[in-house]
Design a protein around this ligand. Structure first.
Ligand SMILES: Nc1ncnc2c1ncn2[C@@H]1O[C@H](COP(=O)(O)OP(=O)(O)OP(=O)(O)O)[C@@H](O)[C@H]1O
Ligand SMILES: [Mg+2]
Length: 407
């Protein structure tokens, strides 16, 4: 074997921690430069406008209903482009929903404005699996945006110290989130605890708010054992109720909370799972991922049993496995998918999320498929990805509605 030339001095010249520290700062400044080039800090993300066709589809009425409203001067007036297309902002689409829900033009008000009412409980959906890269964040961000587009009031909670969800929603964890501005602020055990409403941020996406994450979330893993040892058995020290209690403080403002879990099962994830009313487990259908999923389920089972024994209440409206990055032409993947369906029946979602360059390409510029606009991608690629994504999200939406007793 030929000897490989070392580009840098051997580790003995510097201590390993010095070297790692240097590499960390090199990467961090490079990332900053790249991100500033793509997305200058002065620019905040702006959500595109939607064509009248898209708006009508989102609201669930015909385009002609909206055209009549424009002609009659009713409701918000769209921007009219030089070629006569009518464009609406998401906020205008919601104004239209409110009008239509109360007017005779609309069908049942539930259909037009699907928010929770009366006794409907806040839906808290944890998107989880400790397998890294199984599509948790991609699923979370698109589900949260889908629900906001369809008129729900949504809170996205970033439970991952790596904070990819925050970044996708326009909040950079290293530069935009300061100390005590993540979920940790609302679940910490000391006197610096803040109400969750203090750290909730509006996003550029109408109807979608965010509790951002960053590395400080790791603190919870360190402070929890101390609180458990020090705090005897007082309610305050019980870690698994902390996320639920924090969410209680803002529950009135939302219909659905989407929690993006980190790829590990620590106190943070467990507290998130205990706050959840439903769970979506993302699974890439490959043998290795299934092996890891089996470990995840075993560990979750053991930990949740401990929580239950300690008096924690765990009742989920639904638990579903979602196939992610699925390639229907790939024989081994279809076999694994079939195996899962065989084993878990209805617990596997009918619609898989297909693998698509549209999703990963959009992700490169910290965008989602819902933001990117059909004109920016090959149409067939965009349409195929969007069809799969909408089907997945509609399936979850119908589970939410079932939990509220609607059919
Ligand atoms: N349907 C898809 N088609 C193509 N690429 C996808 C798809 N879903 C996810 N990806 C890509 O796969 C990678 C991992 O996805 P994602 O970040 O959602 O996984 P994750 O489970 O949140 O990862 P982690 O465990 O690190 O938090 C990302 O680069 C994402 O763009
Ligand atoms: Mg993630």
């Amino acid at each position: 074997m030929s000897k490989v030339e070392r580009a840098s001095p051997p580790p003995s010249a510097k201590t390993v921690d010095q070297m790692i520290g240097e590499h960390a700062s090199i990467i961090s400044s490079q990332l900053q430069a790249i991100s500033e080039a793509i997305f200058p800090p002065s620019a905040s993300k702006i959500l595109r406008r939607f064509t009248s066709g898209e708006a009508a589809k989102l609201i669930g009425v015909s385009d002609s209903t909206l055209r009549k409203m424009t002609l009659a001067g009713e409701g918000p007036q769209p921007e009219i482009t030089s070629n006569g297309r009518r464009l609406y902002t998401l906020s205008q689409i919601n104004e239209l929903r409110h009008r239509l829900a109360t007017s005779t033009r609309g069908r049942g008000s539930h259909d037009i404005l699907p928010r929770r009412q009366g006794d409907d409980h806040l839906q808290v959906i944890a998107v989880t699996n400790f397998k890294g890269g199984s599509g948790k964040t991609t699923t979370s961000v698109h589900l949260a945006q889908y629900l906001a587009l369809h008129g729900y009031r949504v809170l996205a909670v970033d439970l991952d110290p790596q904070a990819s969800l925050s970044a996708l929603l326009g909040v950079l964890p290293e530069t935009d989130v300061r100390s005590n501005e993540t979920l940790y602020a609302a679940i910490r055990y000391d006197e610096e605890r803040r109400p969750l409403s203090d750290v909730v941020r509006k996003t550029y996406f109408y109807g979608l708010d965010l509790v951002p994450g960053n590395l400080e979330l790791m603190e919870f893993e360190h402070t929890t054992p101390r609180a458990m040892m020090g705090g005897a058995r007082s309610g305050e020290s019980i870690f698994f109720t902390r996320v639920a209690k924090a969410l209680d403080e803002v529950a009135e403002d939302y219909d659905v909370v989407v929690i993006d879990c980190p790829p590990q099962l620590g106190y943070l994830t467990l507290s998130g799972l205990c706050a959840a009313t439903s769970m979506v487990v993302t699974v890439h259908p490959q043998m290795l991922d299934i092996a890891s999923m089996s470990q995840f389920l075993l560990m979750t089972h053991d930990l949740l049993a401990v929580v239950r024994d300690a008096g924690g209440e765990l009742r989920y409206d639904f638990i579903r496995y979602l196939l992610t990055r699925f390639e229907p032409q790939d024989a081994p993947q279809t076999k694994v998918a079939a195996l899962l369906r065989n084993l878990f029946d209805d617990h596997v979602m009918t619609n898989p999320m297909v693998k698509s360059a549209a999703v990963s390409d959009a992700g490169l510029t910290k965008q989602t498929l819902y933001e990117i606009g059909r004109e920016n991608l090959t149409r067939s690629t965009y349409d195929r990805a969007m069809e799969s994504l909408d089907a997945v999200n509609a399936e979850i939406e119908s589970l939410i509605k079932q939990a509220w007793g609607r059919t």
